[in-house]
Design a protein around this ligand. Sequence first.
Ligand SMILES: Nc1ncnc2c1ncn2[C@@H]1O[C@H](COP(=O)(O)OP(=O)(O)OP(=O)(O)O)[C@@H](O)[C@H]1O
Length: 899
Amino acid sequence: MTEYLPFIVAGLVTGAVYGLAGVGLVLTYKTSGVFNFAHGALATVAAYAFFVLNVEHEVSWPIAAAGAILVAGPVMGLILELITRRIATAGLAYQVSATVGLLLVVEAGTDLLFDPTVIRVVPAFLTEESFTLLDTSIAWADVIVFAFAIVVTAALALFFRVSRTGLQMRAVVDNPELLSLFGGSPAFTRRLAWVLGSVLVAASGVLLAPLLPLDPLQLTLLVVAAFGAAAIGSFSSLPLTLFGGLLIGVLASLSTKWFLTGVLSGVPVSLPFIVLFAVLLVFPKRRLAGKAFSVARSRPTWSAPASAQLVGGALVIAFLATVPSFAGVRLTAWTVAVASVLVFLSLSLLVRTSGQVSLAHVSFTAMGAAAFSHLAVDQEMPWLVALFLAGLIAVPIGAVLAIPAIRLTGLYLALATFGFGILLQSMFYSQDYMFGATGLGLPEPRPGWSWVDVQSDEGYYYLVLGFVAIATGLVIWLNKSRLGRLMRGLADSPMAVATSGAEVNVTRVMVFCLSAFLAAVGGALAAVAQTTVNGDSYQPLTSLVFFVLVMVVLGGEPWNAVIASALFFLVPAYMETGDITTWTQVGFGVAGVVIALLPAAAREVPRPIRELVDRVSRRGRRTKAAPVAGQRPLVEAGTLEVRDLNVRFGGVHAVDGVSLSAPTGSITGLIGPNGAGKTTTFNACSGINRPSSGTVCLDGHNVSRRGPAYRARRGIGRTFQKMELFESLTVRENVALGAEAARSGFNPLSHVFSNPVRSRRAAADTQHAIELCALSELAERPVSALSTGQRRLVELARCLAGDFRILLLDEPSSGLDHAETEFFGTILKNVVAERGLGILLVEHDMSLVLDVCAYIYVLDFGKPIYDGSPEQVTASPIVRAAYLGDAEVETAIELEVTA
Ligand SMILES: Nc1ncnc2c1ncn2[C@@H]1O[C@H](COP(=O)(O)OP(=O)(O)OP(=O)(O)O)[C@@H](O)[C@H]1O
C-alpha cells in the first residue's frame, strides 16, 4: 500500500483540480444549455494572469490569486454569458463554433502575448510544510487544495439544493419564461452561474500553474480532463463530477507507475478521454440523453444554380491547372491545399450536410498518411491500392466514433471526437504502426508509373488535381442523391426521417465512415506532396481550426471546402511573417465566434452576390418539367390495433389502458381535452416511446418492440403536432423523402443507388401527393418560406407519398383557417375513398372530426372514457363533461351506467 500512497496523494490533488474545473463546467452547462469547449482556455487566462502579477510584478500570491480568480474569473464569466445567451438557439454546430473559436483565440493569443520560446515557471505558493503518513511525506499544500475542492463543491451542491437562487438556477434551463413569470430573473441567474463557473475554472488554472511550466496548449487541454469528470457526473451532478475528477486524477497518477513504457505509456495523459469515451459508450442512455439540450437548426437555403456551379467549377479547375506556371517553391503548399479540399469536403459533408459535429478530422488525415506510408513502403503495395486501403483503415474507426451520436445526441459526438484527437496523439502517434517513437518521419512515396511523370512536383500536382476533381464530382453527386436528401433530412429532423421509414443510424454511420475515408485519402495525398511526415504535422488542435473554417466559410459544397483549404494552407505560404499561423488561428477563432453571433439570415451568401449569380445564370427561365403523377393502387386492407396500452413518464400515467382499432378504408378519430394522452398514444403506435405495457399490432403482427423505421416500412405513417419538416429542403424534396426513405432501409447501397423503375415510381408518387395537396406551384420552394397552412399540407403530402397504409395525423388542422381546414378534410376523404388508406386522426377541431370520422375514441387523463359513432359521441354526456371538468365526468358516467 505504501508504495502506492504517493501516487494516490498526487492523483487526489490533480484530481481535485480537475474536479473543480468539472464542477464549473457542469454549472454553466446546466444553467445555459451551452457546452463550453473553451472552459480550459479560461484556466489558461487565469494561470497567466497569476504569473504576470505574482512572478513578473512580484505582487504577493494572495492578491495575485484574488486578481486571477476573483477579477479575471467573473469578467470572463460575464463575457461568456453574453456570448452564450445569444447563441442559445443558434444550433449545436454554431454553439460549438463559438466556444471552440474562443479556445483558439485564447490559445493563439497567449502565444502572441507571451513568447512561447521562453520557459515560465510559477513557484509553489501555498505552504511548503509537510507531514508524514504511512512513511509518505504529504505536503500541507496538497491537503489544502484537496480540502478546498471538497468544501467548495459541497457548498455549491447545498446551495443548489436549498437556496432560492440555487433552485432558480436549476429552473432557468427548464423554462426561463416560467421562471420570470414567478418573479425570478433568468438573466441574473444565468449570469451568476457563469461567474461562479468561471471563478471555479480560474481557481483550477491558478492551482495547476505551479505543477508544470506554463504552456497555453497544455493548460487548455489539461483542463479538458474536466470533460471526463463532468461525464461521470452525467453533466449534471456536482458531487459526482468532483468524484469523477478525483477518480481520473488517481487512475492517471497510478498509471504513471504501472505503464512507464510501451504501448500503454500514453495512458496517463489519455485517461480523461478514455473515461469520457467509456461513459459515452456505456452509461445508460436516459442518464445522458435527457441532459442534452435540443436546439433549433438553422442552415442556409440558397445554392447557386447548377449551370453557375458548372461554369464556376470549370473556371476554378482551369485556374488551378495554371498554378505550376507561377507557384515556384510554393507548389508543395498548393498541392497540399488541393489535396486538403478533400478533407474539408469530408468535414463539410458531416457538419454542414448531415448536422454532425466532428472535432477530430486531423486524426483521420494522420491515419491516412501513416497507413499509406506503411502499406506503400513496408508492404510494397501498388500505389493506388495503398491509397485506397489507407482510406479504408479510417472507416471502422469512424464507425466506432459515431456510436455516441447514435446512442445519445450530437453534442456527445463533438465531445467524443474532441477527446479522440488528443487520445490518438498521446497514445498512438508514437507507435510503430503510426509515426514511430523516433520522430524521424515516414517516407511518403509517389507512384512509380513509367507512362506518366508523377514523380516531379509538377506531375504530382496534376495527379492530385485530377484526383480531387473526380472525388469532388462524386461528392456533389452523392449530395444530390437519395443519401444527400437523407443526410440533410437527418440534420433537420431525425424523427421525421425515422418515421418515414429510413434507418437513421445506418445513415449516420455511413456519413461518418464516408467522411473518415475521404479525410484519410486527402491526408495521404497531402502527405505524399511533402515526401516525409511525422506526428508533429497532425496536431489535434488543428481539427478545431478545420471545424471552425467549415462553419465560417460561406457557400455550399464544394466552394466552402475550396475556400477553407486555400485560407488554411495558402495564406501562411504567401505571408512570410514568423507567427502567421498563430495570427491566422486568432483570426479563424474570432470568425468562429462572430459567425455564431450573427443572425441566421446573415450567414447566407450576401444577397447582391446571390442575385447576381441567379441573374447571370438566368435562374427560373427554364423550369424542369414536373414528372407525371402516377396512379396509386388501393392499399392492402389491414388494421392498426392497440390493446390495453399504458405509458408512464415517472409518476405521470400518461396513457392508462387505452385500446383502439383503426382499420384501412376509414377515418378513426382520437379526441380528448389537452393532456388526455393522444400524442403519447400516437408516439407509442409509431415507436417513438416505449409503452410500459400493452401491445401495438398491425394486421395482427405485434410491432410493440420495433423501432419507428420498421413500423413505417410495415405501413404506419405519421405527421406531428409540432411540425417536423426538413427545413432546408424544398417542398418536392420533403415529399420525395416520404416516398423514398423507406426504400433506403438497412442496406447502405440502397441509400445511394436505386433502380430506375423504383426511382421513377418514387418521383411519380411524389408528384401525385404534391398535386393532391395542391402544392404544385410551391414545389420548388424551400419549406421554410411557406405559411403554416402550406407547411401542414407539405407534411401531409410527405405522408401520402410514402407506401403507408395507416396514417396517424396529429392535430393536422392546428394553425389553419376555416377554408384550409375544409380543404384538408376533403383531401382526407378523397385519399380514403381512392386508395383505401386508414387514418387515425387526433384533432381539436370538432367540426372536422365529426365531418370525416367514421368512429371516434375519447380519452381523458390518459383513460379511454367513450367510443362510438360521431352521432353517439356528440350526444354523450360523458364526452361533453370531459371537456368541461373532472367532477362532471364521474357524474355523467354514473348517469350513463344507470341509464
Ligand atoms: N416526455 C414526457 N415526459 C413527461 N410527461 C409527459 C411527456 N410527454 C407527455 N407527458 C405528459 O403526458 C400527458 C399526456 O400528454 P399528451 O401530449 O399525450 O396529451 P395530448 O392529449 O396529446 O395533449 P394536447 O392535446 O395538449 O396535445 C400530459 O400530462 C403530459 O404532460
